[in-house]
Ligand binder design. Structure first.
Ligand SMILES: Cc1ncc(COP(=O)(O)O)c(C=O)c1O
Length: 359
């Protein structure tokens, strides 16, 4: 696409401010530069190989994916060190996992002995072996073996399986990352880390080598990233950020926006833009209007965004308005392209290559 200005883009369009994106990536890279823990950013947030490669060039040791499909899309664009922080269950998926093994360094999470056994058996038959981390439920109440004895039991069973290699532990403190009060967030996060590192000690007392301890999100990167024994942090949202996370972590900037056009000004105090729920998600709240004093989003329907205008606020037909999503990860998943903009000029157009790769 030839270089054009932001205002020439057809809308709705997903846009990232390159100065802010690069600033966020640099800030996080600087934090991890001299630490024991390294950054393994979660790419589910942007689903875009170009951004993943920027994070790797800035010093990240690899990436984290939520799904095998995301990992396949990233590996196809040259990302070579991937943790799928999720369970790979069922023969079809495990076949894909074994296929992907030849294309990048790969590890996955396990929390169940029968799933681990199936992976091990299938890997052995294929003449391969799979690196795994035991996922520990550190308080989020999602996947994961219980910390302590249950995780140790699983480790002992895995030790008998010839087709998988136990590399370490993973525990994501997702219940803590959005707590706005820093003291409360820190204390919840430390409880989770005590459980995770306590489990590590238990395994080591039993003779296991626990080379990897992986966890952490954008809300807790500094706490988890400074905790002795943690080897990698999976923060992801920090790169592009969103309006909800901005209330929790102020040091990163909202680089992601949906550019919209005013398509109707049907009544005083109301303007309508061409982005609705099919372009911007609302599960974490309504998007925030950028740079128009007195304008707020009052609701979204499928393809319409209804803006409320205070007295004095004026919008005209064809005006271009940027909306900051409340949840970047799910908003990105609605778009095929990201337009990378600097100083009002579109510098690059990137594929959201892992868009929809939920399988
Ligand atoms: C397993 C896992 N690790 C890390 C993250 C970090 O994400 P964020 O940076 O958005 O807090 C997530 C987010 O959902 C996750 O599920």
């Amino acid at each position: 696409m030839p270089v054009c200005s932001l205002n020439e883009l057809d809308t709705p369009a997903l846009v990232v401010d390159l100065d802010l994106l690069e600033g966020n990536i640099r800030k996080m890279a600087d934090f991890f530069a001299e630490r024991e823990a390294k950054l393994r950013p979660h790419v589910k947030t942007h689903k875009c190989p170009e951004i993943a490669l920027m994070q790797l060039r800035a010093g990240a040791k690899g990436i984290t994916c939520a799904k095998l499909g995301e990992a396949e899309a990233m590996a196809a664009r040259g990302v070579d060190d991937i943790l799928v922080a999720n369970q790979i269950v069922g023969r079809k998926k495990i076949e894909r996992l074994l296929e992907l093994l030849g294309k990048c360094n790969l590890a996955i999470a396990v929390d169940d002995p029968s799933n681990a056994q199936t992976i091990s058996d299938m890997a052995l038959s294929a003449g391969k072996s799979v690196d795994v981390l035991i996922e520990v439920d550190v308080g989020m109440g999602r996947c994961g073996a219980k910390p302590g004895k249950e995780a140790l039991q699983l480790a002992k069973k895995i030790a008998q399986m010839k087709g998988i290699n136990l590399r370490g532990l993973m525990g994501y403190e997702g219940h803590a990352v959005y707590i706005e009060n820093y003291g409360e967030r820190r204390s919840e996060c430390l409880k989770a880390l005590n459980a995770l590192l306590g489990t590590k000690s238990l395994l080591e007392e039993d003779g296991f080598e626990v080379g990897v301890v992986s966890g952490g999100g954008t809300g807790t990167y500094d706490i988890t990233g400074s905790y002795p024994g943690v080897t990698e942090v999976q923060a992801g949202s920090y790169a592009t950020m969103d309006a909800r996370y901005k209330k929790v972590v102020q040091e990163f900037d909202c680089a992601l926006r949906v550019l919209t056009t005013v398509i109707s000004c049907p009544a005083p105090g109301r303007a309508v833009v061409d982005a609705g729920m099919k372009s911007i998600t609302t599960e974490f709240g309504l998007p925030v209007v950028k740079g128009v004093e007195g304008a707020t989003v009052s609701r979204l329907s499928e393809e319409h965004g209804i803006l409320k205008l205070e007295e004095g606020a004026k919008l005209c037909l064809e005006d271009k308005i940027e909306l900051i999503p409340s949840h970047g990860c799910t908003t990105v998943n609605l778009h095929e392209k990201i337009f990378a903009v600097r100083g009002g000029v579109v510098e690059s157009v990137w594929d959201v290559a892992a868009r929809g790769k939920s399988a």
